[in-house]
Write a protein that binds this ligand. Structure first.
Ligand code: HEM
Length: 416
């Protein structure tokens, strides 16, 4: 069984005039009804211009092959925050936050190289036992025969404690990391987590204060294998301005947090929606290996990355003009039937499960991809050792965002 198709949205997606179709409306993701809109774009307008949206005009790239082409065209399609950065939402130029995901070569390549060792195979092997020990502790602490929010008790808990390890940040303050991450990606709105950009800046200042303390401790000590020490000693990062340090912190906190968290939650949901796949997994836990990338494809924790054309760019018979915004919808490319067989089905034993777009492609391809997979793999190994079933017992609540494709509440019960 897959998630039921919402007939109203299937009709609206089919009948809205193409030039008025706006796939960026965050409500489509919160209500989990985005699928028919992107299916129509892939079919009828794979390179599509939306003239009006809450994020202004933008181009949508919705097929697998065109997304790959854009990812490889980094000389023409810039990630630089000076042009607008990597998310559909433009930030006020005065509040620009430099970080290496939102830089172009050569600066991007130099700064990326500084943190790369954190995910070198040797370091991942060392992290394995830490992840397992944390996963066991979290799972052993879960209640039986009682409804609880899986997102809070497991997904957030595991990812923040891992992130605290990567930064060598005090474990007792780890929940600050998820709070800062949530504030970094929240859409400002009345009554929301962040009501305006001033509030966001205040949160960032608090985060910077906490990390400056760690930086100051480590910059004069011998280099150590944690992210702050790496940045403090790295040739391309040791002279960063405080604002640049802040930007890279936001990148590493959001990168290592929301994404893995939402894959952990998504896995539980998808197995419940597809009981035959759950049975397959219980009968053969070795399938965790192929299930993990399938979860990451099916969830697509970051719905898109944005680029800005710095020169005219031809794609799919259309010309994107210099200065225009280009949105690569990974969430759509991952459902492209010309690239992935039966893409709307969650199948835990696919032949080539890592051929998805959730980690992007090209020079910005996710630094943490192997670490994210490792966390999910270990968590599922330990889950299967303990719990024959985790039952989803209520409707999931999702993030109001066209960028972070997330689950905020997943009520579950573990029969005991
Ligand atoms: C970049 C997704 C986990 C750190 C990215 C990009 C995506 C992504 C889509 C941009 C790719 C592009 O523009 O082509 C994900 C997903 C994850 C995940 C889906 C989990 C399932 C992590 C983790 C970390 C991390 C655990 C760090 C510990 C980064 C960094 C970048 C990045 C630093 C910037 C790379 C660059 O610009 O060169 N990630 N990520 N990510 N990710 Fe991840």
């Amino acid at each position: 069984m897959n998630a039921p198709v919402d007939l109203d949205h299937a009709r609206i997606a089919a009948t809205t005039p193409l030039d008025r179709l706006d796939p960026s409306n965050p409500a489509l993701f919160r209500d989990d009804v985005w699928q028919p809109y992107f299916a129509r774009l892939r079919r009828e307008a794979p390179v599509h211009y939306c003239a009006e949206s809450m994020f202004g005009p933008f181009w949508s790239i919705s097929t697998y092959k065109d997304i790959m082409q854009c990812e490889l065209a980094h000389k023409v399609l810039s990630s630089d925050s000076l042009h607008g950065g990597i998310s559909i939402r433009d930030r006020d130029k005065a509040l620009r936050l430099p970080m290496f995901i939102a830089m172009d070569p050569p600066q991007h390549d130099e700064q990326r190289k500084v943190v790369q060792p954190i995910v070198a195979p040797g370091n991942l092997a060392k992290l394995e036992h830490v992840i397992r020990e944390r996963a066991i502790r979290i799972l052993e602490g879960l209640p039986r025969n009682e409804t609880f929010n899986w997102v809070d008790r497991v997904s957030i808990e595991l990812t923040v404690s891992m992130l605290a390890t990567l930064f060598d940040f005090p474990q007792e303050d780890r929940r600050k990391l998820s709070h800062w991450s949530d504030c970094a990606t929240a859409l400002p709105m009345p009554g929301g987590l962040i009501e305006n950009e001033e509030q966001r800046e205040a949160v960032f200042a608090e985060m910077l204060g906490a990390f400056m303390k760690l930086w100051n401790e480590r910059v004069n000590a011998d280099p150590r294998p944690d992210l702050i020490s790496m940045l403090a000693h790295g040739e391309a990062t040791r002279n960063m301005t405080p604002r640049e340090f802040m930007g890279n912190l936001v990148l590493l906190i959001v990168g290592g947090n929301d994404t893995t968290r939402n894959s952990i939650s998504g896995g539980v949901l998808f197995l419940n929606e597809n009981p035959a796949e759950y049975n397959k997994l219980r009968a053969n836990p070795a399938l965790i290996e192929t299930m993990v990338p399938e979860i990451i494809r099916y969830q697509t924790p970051l719905a898109h990355m944005r680029r800005t054309a710095v020169a005219d760019f031809e794609i799919g018979g259309k010309t994107i003009r210099a200065g225009e915004k280009v949105v690569m919808w990974y969430i759509s490319g991952n459902r492209d039937e010309t690239a992935i067989e039966q893409p709307d089905r969650f199948i835990i034993d696919r032949a080539r499960p890592r051929g998805h777009l959730s980690f992007g492609f090209g020079i910005h391809r996710c630094v943490g991809n192997r670490l994210a997979e490792l966390q999910l793999k270990i968590l599922w190994e330990e889950i299967l050792r303990r719990f024959p079933r985790i039952e989803v017992v209520g409707r999931p609540e999702r993030t109001y965002s066209a960028f972070v494709h997330g689950i905020t509440n997943l009520p579950v019960r573990i029969p005991g």
